[in-house]
Design a binder for this molecule. Structure first.
Ligand SMILES: [Fe+2]
Length: 370
């Protein structure tokens, strides 16, 4: 049987993934120290803080899209048109971006900028600075009691924007990196799925199920991220499994089963060069272990099996049971749940099965007509 030379082909991709993942892990560690990595979270906190401390009716964070050179609203409160974007001729914002200084307009209607933000009486705009560049602006409008903006208001708004600037920039960088990493992983998985008749969509479904179980188990955001990457890559070792075995229309022989059972180890080997990927590698390596230590591939049992692998095992099995195979039809949803329940305590960790049941009983699965 021809064996695909996966090592040469994958080395470069794995190395690229490794770099992206290292940067991502660093951002996670930094975020743990300082703040959230969600842009929406940070911007929401900025506008809430501005409304409370300055006493305005309206506040908005506008971020600069570097590709188009246009400012768009990320988060707003009060009477603000979120759909409106601002190009370079909207001087009311761009003056602040160019000069990196705040601008205040007590009676906007009497300025040449009145058409930029219709309906606003007074406006205060501050730049949001990242590392050496302006990434957007925060704007507050219309103080309670129709008061004017004072220099103390400008100081408060500048304090809010300068505190949050680096966090917003980190969150933007994180979103970009995560997109790159997951994009690269998804391409790799698509290449794998394209070579097999029946695995199409399996990886995305297993990822969805595993994350749902992880959320019920209250996993931290960084563990959920590792679970997502592990689930997307869990069968990557099948790249070394002969195609005629993967695409066989009958039940597998003993020898073919031995061949298939190599894929978790091969997957771990492929990703082995990614030092920082350790938890992902262990999850992939042990995703076919059985909770009681019997009938697994490496003979690990109970908590020796990493939690992420125990979650992946249930998610993977549920999708396998509810998908057609050339040699057997799929089971319906209830039969599959029953089977998972039956194997709780033997093949599967009972606490993971509990979380799976809690999730699956409250969801409809769009992927299967069950
Ligand atoms: Fe697998």
């Amino acid at each position: 049987m021809a064996v695909y030379n996966y090592k040469d082909d994958l080395t470069a991709t794995v190395q690229e993934l490794s770099h992206a993942y290292e940067e991502l892990s660093l951002l996670y560690r930094m975020a743990g120290m300082f703040a959230s990595l969600s842009i929406d979270d940070i911007c929401s906190r900025m506008v809430d803080e501005a409304i409370d401390s300055i006493g305005v009716k309206t506040a908005a964070v506008l971020l600069l899209d570097e590709k188009t050179g246009v400012l768009h609203t990320k988060i707003s409160r009060g009477a603000w048109d979120n759909t409106r974007t601002y190009s370079r001729d909207a001087e009311v914002f761009w003056k602040t971006i160019r000069t990196r200084k705040p601008s205040a307009f007590c009676r906007l209607a009497e300025t040449p900028y009145r058409d930029d933000i219709p309906g606003v009486r007074s406006l205060l705009v501050c730049p949001i600075q990242g590392k050496g560049r302006t990434i957007g602006t925060i704007a507050v409008a219309d103080k309670e009691g129709n008061q004017e903006f004072f220099s103390s208001d400008t100081k408060l708004l500048m304090a809010i924007s300068s505190q949050a600037g680096l966090s917003v920039e980190n969150a933007m960088l994180y979103a970009e990196l995560e997109g790159l990493l997951l994009g690269a992983i998804r391409s790799l998985v698509k290449a794998l799925e394209a070579t097999s008749h029946w695995t199409a969509g399996h990886t995305e479904r297993v990822t969805e199920y595993a994350l749902a179980i992880g959320r019920v188990l209250n996993l931290e955001a960084d563990m959920l991220e590792k679970l997502k990457i592990s689930a997307l890559l869990h069968d990557i070792g099948k790249i070394a499994t002969p195609r005629e075995i993967l695409n066989k229309n009958d039940a597998l022989s003993e020898q073919e089963l031995i061949e298939i059972k190599k894929h978790p180890g091969v997957g771990a080997e492929i990703l082995g060069e990614m030092v920082k990927f350790n938890e992902v590698i262990l999850c992939i390596k042990y995703h076919h272990e059985h909770w009681n230590g019997k009938n697994g591939i490496f003979g690990l049992k109970y908590e020796e099996i990493p939690l992420l692998a125990r979650i992946l095992s249930v998610a993977d099995t549920f999708d396998a049971l509810t998908s057609d195979r050339p040699y057997r039809p799929r089971r319906n949803r209830e039969e599959a749940i029953q089977e998972i329940r039956r194997c709780s305590g033997s093949q599967f960790d009972p606490s993971v099965v509990g979380a799976f049941i809690a999730w699956v009983s409250t969801t409809t699965l769009p992927h299967q007509a069950l």
